[in-house]
Design a protein around this ligand. Structure first.
Ligand code: SAH
Length: 344
């Protein structure tokens, strides 16, 4: 049995033809799926032969909502279970310009960033393109509204699951699918350099976000193991190449940790590093996770850091802390769920 959500419309068309069905049945099936009809038997304009072939070969891989948390600011966090029992999180954020969703790309993560809750037990498995897509379908169905922006910033390292993530982007771009344009998609990476070059060569119009978090290799290595493999200089060169290929402004994420990377000197070094790159800096007051001792920078330091960057002509914003009352950040919910299961 295969998850039909992993199929593009063209692939489904090929499948129909190979299975002695008319190609146009693919489009009909696809329309139902995106209208959130997830039972082949309910697809009224299909004939019995098509329906029975679909039933015999496919399932619709929609995860089950096992928990849902609503924040005071409107953010909704979902805990979703796939059919094999694996659990991921996704978060819907409501902005003036529309709904945005943060999706997970892997169950767990093997990048080992010291401040992140998603990686504490390593990577369990990659998600397929259809499984990533299904997070959006299930959320749209639940809120009964369209989602227009996607950030790949949930659990997992998107560039460590490259082929599935690229296929996911193609699926959501499809006018017959969710029809979400590339400019409405942001991919965040801890900096897997060769994959940044590969992505740049596709010339997609998605926004690349780099989790930089540190201005010196030595300090970056102490919080992000990937920094032992690729230097900041190598990452920045890859970003310049990405810009040359796509003309897209790069986002740099910088999580501020009290007394670790939030000094004036750090801010100035950051400006120096980024001076030849058209970019936007996103400052994130770090989310304290209970497994680690990192402390969040205080508001005053965040403000000072922000002003230094802006005064050096680099555009910067502080990420609004949405959903912090519901553990909406970075794998915390899945972990607390798994922990309570363990102790029950
Ligand atoms: N693996 C990708 C995307 C997932 S993490 C990446 O590394 O970019 C999304 C963002 O959240 C990254 O910038 C990550 O460094 C950051 N993050 C992880 N844990 C965090 C925490 N406890 N507080 C603040 N940001 C965190």
């Amino acid at each position: 049995m295969q998850n039909i959500l992993d199929y593009s419309l063209d692939e489904l068309k090929q499948w129909m033809i190979l299975n002695d069905e008319s190609g146009f049945r693919a489009k009909q099936t696809y329309n139902w799926l995106y209208k959130k009809a997830w039972d082949f038997n309910e697809m009224k304009n299909l004939n019995n032969s098509t329906i029975s072939k679909l039933n015999a070969n496919f399932y619709v891989g929609i995860p089950k909502i096992i928990d849902k948390y609503l924040s005071k600011d409107g953010t909704i966090k979902y805990l979703l279970a796939y059919s094999d029992g694996n659990i991921v999180e996704c978060v819907v954020m409501k902005y003036e310009y529309g709904n945005s969703i943060c999706v997970s790309t892997q169950v767990g993560c093997r990048m080992g960033c010291k401040f992140c809750a998603s990686t504490l037990e390593g990577r369990i498995r990659d998600l397929t393109a259809g499984e990533i897509l299904s997070q959006i379908l299930v959320a749209e169905n639940d809120i009964e509204e369209r989602i227009s922006n996607i950030v790949l910033m949930g659990s997992g390292e998107p560039l460590d699951n490259y082929d599935n993530v690229i296929k996911f982007i193609n699926l959501v771009n499809s006018p017959d699918g969710l029809n979400i344009g590339q400019r409405h998609i942001t991919l965040s990476t801890c900096g897997i350099v060769p994959k940044i070059y590969e992505l740049a060569d596709l010339r997609y119009q998605i926004t690349l976000a780099i989790s930089l978090h540190s201005v010196e290799d030595i300090r970056r290595q102490s919080i992000m193991p990937i920094a032992n493999k690729y230097s900041i200089e190598e990452i920045l060169n890859a970003c310049k190449y990405y810009y040359e290929c796509t003309k897209r402004r790069i986002t740099f994420e910088y999580a501020l940790v009290k007394d670790v990377n939030d000094s004036d000197e750090d801010a100035l070094m950051l400006c120096k590093l980024l001076k030849d790159i058209l970019c936007h800096v996103n400052l994130i007051p770090i989310n304290e996770i209970k497994e680690k001792s990192f402390k969040k920078s205080n508001n005053k330091s965040v403000e000072r850091f922000l002003n230094i960057i802006k005064n050096n002509g680099i555009e910067a914003t502080v990420r609004r802390e949405m959903g912090s009352d519901i553990n909406a950040a970075c794998g915390q919910l899945r972990r607390s769920y798994i922990e309570t299961q363990r102790y029950e």
